[in-house]
Ligand binder design. Sequence first.
Ligand code: GDP
Ligand code: MG
Length: 656
Amino acid sequence: MSTAHTIRNIGILAHVDAGKTTLTEHMLYLSGSTRAAGSVDKGTSLSDVLDVEKKRGISVRSAALSFTWRDAQINLIDTPGHVDFSAEVERALRVLDGAVLVLSAVEGIQAQSEPIWSALEAINIPTLFFINKVDRMGADWAAVVAALQNEFSTDVLPVDSVQNEGDNGAVLVDGWADPAPALVERIAEVDDALLEAYLEGQTPSVEALRAALAAATRRRGLFPVLLGSAKNALGTDRLLDAIVDYLPPAGRDREGPESAVVFRIDHDEKVGRIAGVRVFRGCLKPRDSVWNATAEREEKITQVKRSLLNKLEDAPRVEAGDIGFLCGLPEVKIGDVLGDPEPVPETYALSEPLLSVQVNARDEAQHAALAAALQQLASEDPHLDFRWYPEERELHLRIMGVIQTEIVTEVLRTRFDIEADFSAPTVVYKETPAGSGHGAESYTMPKPCWAIVRYLIEPGAPGSGIVYASEVSVDEIKLKYQREIEGHIGQAFGQGIKGWEVTDLKVTLVDGSDHVLHSRPGNFILATNIAVLKGLQETETILLEPMLAYRIAAPVEHVGKVTSDIIEMRGTFEPAELSDGHFVLCGRLPLATSMDYAIRLGALTAGRAKLSLRFDGYDPCPPGEGVVRPYKGICPLDRAKYILKMRGAITEATRS
Ligand code: GDP
Ligand code: MG
């Protein structure tokens, strides 16, 4: 194991092309982990997600890279920058001690920088900025800092500066060599003792200033800005120093009860599923049994590995504060908590897959194999929410964006040897009851069976989900059947009368009975499915559509065209803010009308607009808009046929 005294789990985050991969390569090189820095442009980079992915399938996708700098072990958790992979960014964020947000000195704040910043803010992660590409023509790091202070936080603080900016001969000017009064003042402001001394006319030492800056950075009071050119290895050493000096070390309580979270799943042909974990407390070893608190089962670890330059090597243990890889957990999923959940930070939903696509095997004979492959992928990544509708021979996945379909296509090809095509994505709608109503079902024939239920369905507040209650005593319906109903009720609302998941409602079991002789397990599930759909027919439902909150910044001459576009897309906006030749417009847009808006806006403004979008809940769809689809599978309202099918499925299951 490493001899390092402390560990930093760091995420390097950026909009695509800001230079994240190039920067990572240089850090590895400087730390002595590689003999030469790989190059993105020559295709020799070690850490590049897509490059690696292309060559070897998903098995080594963005592995965590570990190296030492001074007396610290740094675990770099490489996170993909494209918006379609935000689910991965979100998972990675949960295990970070600190983050480096990389920006280009030429392009400045870009579309993806903003949601990343909001996420870091929401989960309170200390952050450094690295403004890259100061060598490139058009670089203006001071303008980028001004934009950061203006749009992100007034606590963004640069220390160094650049000479010969925009030229290959650009060099850094060390801000600590002779600290500018403005820098001293800004740091003194966040440290009472320093401020007092400063006001009394004393000049604080550089050590004192750096210590105060570190303390402020760790509590997100200040956000230091580093400058450089990753391509020319300029500023990389100072960034590494800043990571060790300013970002907080991981807690290393090795003694307490173990606690870890799974933040990635890899697949290896030989050992099967490999779970990437961050350990928050205790220690995990081969042959340990550990409680999976999310899945509520005992797991048995067979091997522990650590990641060294994209290769996994056997390790005797993984300890608190560190990242490790566990084998022998065949059912484990991303997001599972192992051991005590208490020290594990909450998840933060950066985004939700709001699009649905249909997947087809190019060779019809591979339909079942494709279904099995998708099942496997979805069990590794629950976000994919795989649905198989055998009657329609349809396979559906949830995705973040179209780029993700390219990745899944590639994985299906390399890992499963299946050629698959994806349909154009459709928005994922939901339904909610339009009013109150009852739904009842008496399932008493053909014997043996008995389940009588009556439900009251009422509308709930937006975002409230499904709230269930029972007014029926356990003398009428035995506790075990009531538990069966309660456990199943969410699924019963999985598809409503418009073909979408039904949500934001209260459902109350108001009447019913079991039969001491005839009732069987599963009878109440069947009756509930029928009663719920009958109830929804009575309440009728309103279609809900996903909404996005947007922020657009662009030169003021485009304001008229942009606002009329927004109106055309059924969007809303707040009064535009104007400042030096630019306007900023904020508001909400339906996803359905704005799927390709980033491209259209780019074309409209010759690429001079900045757009950020984030999911902002579901709203009722105006009449005539949205998509109503036929029920997938046999509809419970087709009662006789449905009962026949459900009974068939049960006998089949008991036979096998
Ligand atoms: P990523 O998408 O954020 O991983 O960015 P890459 O590291 O792949 O870099 C994108 C492009 O920018 C590549 O062509 C790099 O060679 C180039 N690049 C990266 N860093 C610098 C830099 O500091 N200066 C200049 N001029 N180009 C850079
Ligand atoms: Mg990259």
